[in-house]
Design a protein around this ligand. Structure first.
Ligand code: BES
Ligand code: ZN
Length: 815
């Protein structure tokens, strides 16, 4: 039988490369990048020599050099760039690895599992041999060689086994690893307590590298991380960075069970490990901090990134049914919607029964390469749910729309629902899906409800009646965002104001605030309001904001969430065709009006928050959050005042949260302090790559009218390079969110991103392809700009030698 070994080591294969059962073999042929070997029987020992050049590896897949060290990234198909191999996730093997090299350049040699032997060789070389007892797919293979130092600690597992922990970084970075280590220990403990999962080796290593395509990678016992998700101290990392580090450390650690012990049969099942692990990291972060605030943040990401994906040309189900390049399918849909789908199962089953389902999944598939179907079956059996119809969530793309009305007659309230799942590429017709909606009906006099209910919609149209309401109740629906759907409802603004004030579900309270603003902005943008109506809409929003600003019972972390206006991309999502400039103008106009109308309240808030002592308590974090928020509104309403206050905040800052918040505001203003403070920031932190990334990102995301010129100039800055993915993303990703830059009516912003894609594609296709989706939104943008966006996509498509990654994204965006 011919055995196919995937490979793309990028060089000719020498004749003496293959040894079969100890003898040179010529029973092989090449098929493109793959190697075919024909062998009798089924047990042989094969030896393959390959020679690779890590320093020429700009794709950062396989074995590559970063900052003087060597490291690997194998998921999804990087192992074949190291050697020929049946590089598929269902091929599980045990690995013994011997590394050898110059001891001065590579004093530390790490691999999966345990170090079993080490020694010195000739001419200053040394070697180490590692063995990983757990069978694993090749995508979880990793090795690292370099001049690294470690923060060490230990963790004792629930059964009393001691695990040696290490976070490896470059020498000068050691002082910035404390939070990562704390997060790791918290994650290990949390997984024991919450999912009953214990760690299974004597060592756990994390290595931070500065050139990395993704955030981090869960290689068995040797997690490799982007420095961005490891290094932190108060002077250089924001509260948001601290939270992100905790979440990503948790995520990769949790993969040890949801990904490594139970892996994926094929890459169509990616959501099996990623959706599940995102749910696990979300629950972990919620338990480490504020549950409602975490939920609001997660929903905001889902709506601003995944909803647009689900309604655009790249829409796909959480379990895709086809792909050309798997790297393109590490998407918000597979990850975030995947997590939402599992969360719905958890909501329907209840926490305890869901846990019985996951226990069954882990024990019955331990050591296997499993499927999404295996997971669903385990939940069905373990939790006692019938998920027959629910499986549609795995195969149907598109965000369901739920239309609802509330009627009241006698003392009965009737809720009528109609659900539709919109057509998506390749899926014109959809079936109704089970949609679990948590709801409550409030008595408008007492401000109370009679208990939260869970209704599960499973037909195209359905109604539910509730007795005992002498007056029409106020409906609070999709509480806690129990289902990832878009609710379309007829509701008065009085009811929304009621919910914004009275709802006891913090998420629902946030939702009501968002709803009030979304409705108002959409109506003004549609031109359906006269001046008086527009003014009364603003008054209602102003009253709700004023209540939030003055509510002494709210903690500041939550207050900060309630003060965030719905984002431009979420607003665009509400319209069939969006005009980015108009959305920007209307949203900024409202912000300015709020800043002016509530100026004294924002000034008071800033002053009160400034007086809160620093530190890492929730109170201190909340104070920092609202401080910068207050500045944002003041900047819109009273730029002169804001410039002075922001400068003072910048000068007084003893932490990056305050400093970045102030600089963000200044960067968006046309004030002389702008250049001065940007220069100060640069000089203060030059040489610290992660902070210089912030310096690029702040300027590229700014509201400043000249953002396009700024980004053009920054691309020529000596610190800019296409070779480092963090740097590329810092400059260009925030830019794709600028209405006045990316969406400049001239088309220059689109051209800039297309030029970037073309320049980056030969170096790092995976990162290049990630810039295609912003251009791919053209069908939903007003026609003048849509033509220009399309033109850029066509220009990219016409380029010779496009990577598979970029080609797939561009052609799907044009289809
Ligand atoms: N397994 C992925 C890393 C990965 C992604 C490798 C794509 C190859 C291709 C890892 O577990 C992951 O999901 N990382 C996320 C961060 C996480 C917190 C969502 C990432 O890198 O963005
Ligand atoms: Zn992951």
């Amino acid at each position: 039988m011919a055995q196919r070994l995937g490979g793309s080591i990028g060089r000719d294969v020498a004749d003496d490369t293959f040894v079969v059962d100890g003898a040179l073999s010529n029973s092989w042929t090449m098929d493109g990048d793959d190697l075919l070997i024909t062998l009798p029987g089924d047990t042989h020992e094969i030896g393959i020599d390959t020679e690779i050049d890590p320093s020429a590896n700009s794709k950062l897949m396989g074995l590559y050099a970063s900052n003087g060290m060597l490291c690997t990234q194998c998921e999804a198909e990087g192992f074949r760039r190291i050697t020929f191999f049946p590089d598929r996730p269902d091929v599980l093997s045990t690995y013994t690895v011997r590394m050898e090299g110059p001891a001065d350049k590579f004093p530390v040699l790490l691999c999966n599992g345990n170090e079993v032997a080490a020694g010195e060789g000739d001419n200053g070389t040394h070697w180490a041999e590692w063995h990983d007892p757990w069978p694993k797919p090749s995508y979880l293979f990793a090795l690292v060689a370099g001049n690294l130092v470690a923060r060490r600690d230990t963790f004792t597992t629930m059964s009393g086994r001691k695990v040696d922990l290490a976070v490896w970084v470059r020498e000068g970075d050691l002082s910035r690893t404390e939070h990562a280590m704390e997060s790791l220990k918290n994650a290990m403990k949390w997984d024991e307590e919450t999912f009953g999962r214990e760690y299974d080796l004597e060592v756990f290593n994390i290595v931070a590298v500065s050139d990395f395509n993704m955030g981090a990678m869960e290689n068995k016992s040797l997690n490799i991380f982007n420095t961005k998700y490891v290094l932190a101290d108060v002077e250089t990392a924001t509260d948001g960075d601290y939270d992100a580090i905790e979440g990503v450390i948790g995520h990769e650690y949790f993969h040890n069970w949801s990904g490594d012990r139970v892996t994926c049969r094929d890459w169509f099942q990616l959501s099996l490990k990623e959706g599940f692990t995102v749910l696990r990291d979300q629950l972990f972060s919620a338990d480490m901090g504020s549950e409602p605030v975490k939920r609001i943040e997660d929903v905001r990401v889902l709506r601003s990134v995944q909803f647009p994906e689900d309604s655009g040309p790249l829409a796909h189900p959480i379990r895709p049914d086809s792909y050309r390049e798997i790297s393109n399918f590490y998407t918000a849909t597979v990850y975030n919607k995947g997590a939402e789908v599992l969360r719905m199962m958890r909501t329907m089953a209840g926490e305890e029964r869901f846990r019985q389902g996951t226990d069954l999944y882990f024990t019955s598939h331990d050591g296997e390469a499993a499927t999404c179907e295996d997971f669903v079956k385990s939940i069905e059996q373990g939790a006692g749910l019938d998920l027959t119809q629910f499986r549609l969530w795995y195969s149907q793309a598109g965000t369901p729309k739920v239309h609802l009305t509330l009627d009241h007659e006698g003392d009965t309230a009737t809720l009528r629902f109609a659900q539709t799942v919109p057509p998506t590429p390749g899926q014109p017709d959809k079936k109704p899906m089970p949609i679990p909606l948590k709801l409550a009906l409030f008595d408008r006099k007492t401000g109370k409800h009679h208990g939260e209910q869970l209704v599960i919609l499973n037909e195209a149209q359905q109604s539910f009646s509730f007795d005992g309401f002498a007056e029409p109740p106020v409906l609070s629906v999709n509480r806690g965002f129990s289902a990832p759907v878009a609710i379309e409802r007829e509701v008065s603004s009085e009811d929304l104001v009621f919910l914004a004030e009275h709802d006891d579900d913090p998420f629902a309270r946030y939702e009501a605030m968002q709803d009030i603003v979304v409705r108002h902005l959409c109506a003004t943008l549609a031109g359906s309001l006269d001046d008086a109506q527009r003014n009364s809409g603003r008054q209602a929003i102003g009253a709700a904001f004023s209540a939030v600003l003055g509510d002494a019972k709210l903690d500041d972390l939550m207050r900060g969430e309630l003060l965030i206006l719905p984002g431009e991309s979420y607003l665009a999502e509400q319209m069939l065709i969006a005009d980015p400039a108009a959305i920007r103008a209307e949203r900024e106009g409202l912000k300015a009006w709020l800043g002016q109308t509530l100026e004294s309240q924002f000034v008071d808030l800033h002053e009160r928050a400034r007086a809160v002592p620093g530190g890492t308590s929730a109170e201190a974090k909340g104070a920092r959050k609202v401080k910068s928020q207050a500045l944002v509104y003041l900047a819109a309403g009273n730029p002169g005042l804001a410039a002075r206050t922001a400068s003072a905040q910048y000068d007084a800052a003893d932490n990056m949260t305050d400093r970045q918040g102030a600089l963000m505001v200044l960067t968006s203003l046309q004030t002389p302090g702008r250049t001065h403070k940007l220069l100060d920031f640069y000089n203060r932190f030059k040489g610290n790559a992660l902070v210089i990334d912030k310096w690029f990102a702040l300027q590229a995301s700014s509201l400043h009218p000249n953002v396009l010129e700024h980004v053009k100039a920054l691309a020529k800055h000596p610190d800019f390079t296409l070779k480092n993915p963090n740097r590329v993303r810092s400059l260009y990703m925030p830019f794709t969110g600028t209405a006045q830059g990316f969406h400049a009516a001239s088309g220059e912003g689109y051209r800039m991103i297309a030029d970037l894609i073309l320049a980056l594609d030969p170096l790092n296709p995976q990162t290049a392809a990630r810039f295609v989706p912003p251009l791919g939104r053209w069908r939903r943008i007003e026609p003048g700009r849509a033509v220009l966006m399309r033109k850029e996509l066509e220009r990219i498509a016409a380029a010779p030698k496009l990577s598979r990654d970029t080609y797939e994204q561009v052609t799907r965006s044009l289809d």
